[in-house]
Every structure is written in C-alpha cells, then in structure tokens.
Design a protein. Structure first.
Length: 268
C-alpha cells in the first residue's frame, strides 16, 4: 500500500528541503511531521496568553507535532475521498439543518465547507485553528463558495474560544493527537457543548498496521478512552466502517461534575 509523506515543514525552505530529503531517504512509514512545529501562542500583536508548559506525553502516549500550514494541500488532495471515504464519514455524523457545529482544528476547511452546506444558511459552523495561515486558506476557499454561515476562530493551544453551551457537535478530524494541552482543550470543549451535544473524534487506527500513517499520528480506541473518560466524557457511539479511521462519539458524563477532581494537567 502507498505510504504518505505529509509535508509539515515549519522552518525555512532550505532547511525544509534537507528535512524532506532526509524523510524521503528514510524507510517510508507514512504521515509524520518531519520538522518541529508550533509550541507558542498564536497571536502576533495580541496580549500574550499565559500558557502552561506544553506536554510531550499524555497518559502514556507521545503527543504529535502540529501539522504546519505548508502541508495544507495534503488535506485537500484528490485521493482523500478514495483513501478515507470522507463522504461516508460525513454521512455517519448525521448532521441536521440549523445545527451549530465546530470544526476544531479545521485546517484549510476540507470538512468545514461540507458541514456548512449540511447545516444550511440558518445553521452555523465555528471553524477553529491555531494557525492564522490555515484560517486564511479557509477564508479563501469560503469566498469561492459565498457561504456566510462559517465563523473562522483563531484558537489558542488551551482555548478554542467557543461560546458556552451552544454546540450540537464538536468535530475533531485528525487533530486530537496534536493537542499539546489535552486537558485544557477537553475542558473547554466540554463547556461549549449543549447537554446533548457530541464530541466526535476521528483518528487513524493504531490497531491496524495496514493504515499507512506514522504511529505518532494514530490512536487506538483504548487510548482515546483512557484520555477522554477521566476528562468527563463517555463514549456513546462508534462507527467502524471507514477504511483508515476510528469515529468515536462522546457526550458529557454528567457524573463527572459531581466528583472531586485533582487540579492541573496529569502528565502520566
Ligand atoms: C492534520 S490537520 C487536520 C485538518 C482538518 N481537520 C482536516 O481533516 O482536513 C490538524 C490541524 O489541527 C490544528 N490544531 C492543532 N492543535 C490545535 C488546537 N489546540 N486548537 C485548534 N487547532 C489545532 C493544526 O493547526 C492543523 O491545522
């Protein structure tokens, strides 16, 4: 099966070429971030947000580097539908007209535009990313469609800046494994959901060696649950028919609010 070399450089073009050569020369293992990426606040002139230290590991899993915006063409590659069956993924989300959704870690908006069509003009999509350049690419694609029901949001590493209690669904496609502050992000997502709202995680299947993506960019069902359950989510549904990815639907676990919780990010 063909492996993916997803170009995620974040340095100069010269350095990137060297990195790319190094990657091409290495045994092919699929998607990876060949260069280190963002671990700092997103805003240029905005007041600096106080960020707790970024984690390198969470509950036994190594956290992947953020995919750099120069890799964005990979997200809209022609073969994506064939390889990932994106239409099928959209169908299983069961999106309804007028819903309020968030495409969190939207990149250049591959799923944002599809979701915007599904919710219709009275629905709303918050498209959140931490890279302004990704949002610029999204805006350019939005302009072509004339859609007005998408609000691009520049989130931070700890806060997607969503309204509280309004979201019917927060969708994370190939994003969660990049969160440098998973507990902060999960707490913020939890707050943004309606009581019936869902968090949907789409992650490349770690359990399946035939999925041609590098291990750091894959997650097992078990690991996802190990991380989400202690953060106040319960698994309510799953869709197992995609060729490469898990689709795991979570809701808020209301029991979680009644428990005494330890403070601070648990790095174990
Ligand atoms: C692999 S891309 C996936 C893009 C999109 N979901 C798709 O499937 O086409 C991951 C995206 O998540 C974004 N990201 C990573 N951490 C984030 C965070 N804490 N909040 C918002 N976006 C984040 C990255 O900037 C990048 O654009």
């Amino acid at each position: 099966m063909r492996m993916h070399l997803c170009p995620f450089p974040r340095l100069s073009l010269g350095i990137c070429s060297v990195l790319l050569l190094a990657v091409l020369a290495a045994p092919s293992q699929g998607q990876d971030a060949p260069a280190k990426v963002i671990r700092k606040g997103p805003a240029k002139k905005e007041p600096e947000e106080k960020l707790p230290p970024a984690l390198t590991h969470y509950k036994g899993r190594e956290i992947a580097q953020t995919m750099h915006y120069t890799g964005a063409p990979w997200l809209v590659r022609e073969s994506r539908e064939r390889e990932e069956e994106c239409t099928q993924l959209l169908k299983c989300l069961n999106v309804k007209k007028d819903q309020v959704l968030c495409d969190l870690g939207c990149g250049n908006g591959f799923y944002t535009l599809e979701l915007a069509e599904k919710v219709g003009p009275k629905g709303k999509i918050y498209a959140v990313d931490i890279q302004p350049e990704m949002l610029q690419l999204l805006r350019a694609r939005l302009k072509d469609t004339g859609r007005e029901n998408v609000t691009p949001v520049l989130g931070s590493l700890i806060d997607p800046k969503l309204p509280e209690g309004e979201l019917d669904m927060v969708l994370l496609v190939d994003v969660y494994h990049e969160f440098s502050h998973p507990e902060h992000m999960l707490a913020a997502i939890r707050k943004s959901l309606k009581p019936t709202g869902r968090l949907v995680l789409v992650e490349f299947r770690e359990e399946d060696p035939k999925v041609p993506i590098k291990p750091l960019h894959k997650m097992s069902k078990l690991q996802v649950q190990k991380e989400l359950v202690p953060n106040g989510f319960k698994l309510v549904e799953q869709y197992d028919e995609l060729p490469w990815q898990h689709v795991l639907f979570f809701q808020r676990d209301e029991e979680f609010d009644k428990q005494d919780k330890p403070r601070g990010e648990d790095k174990k």
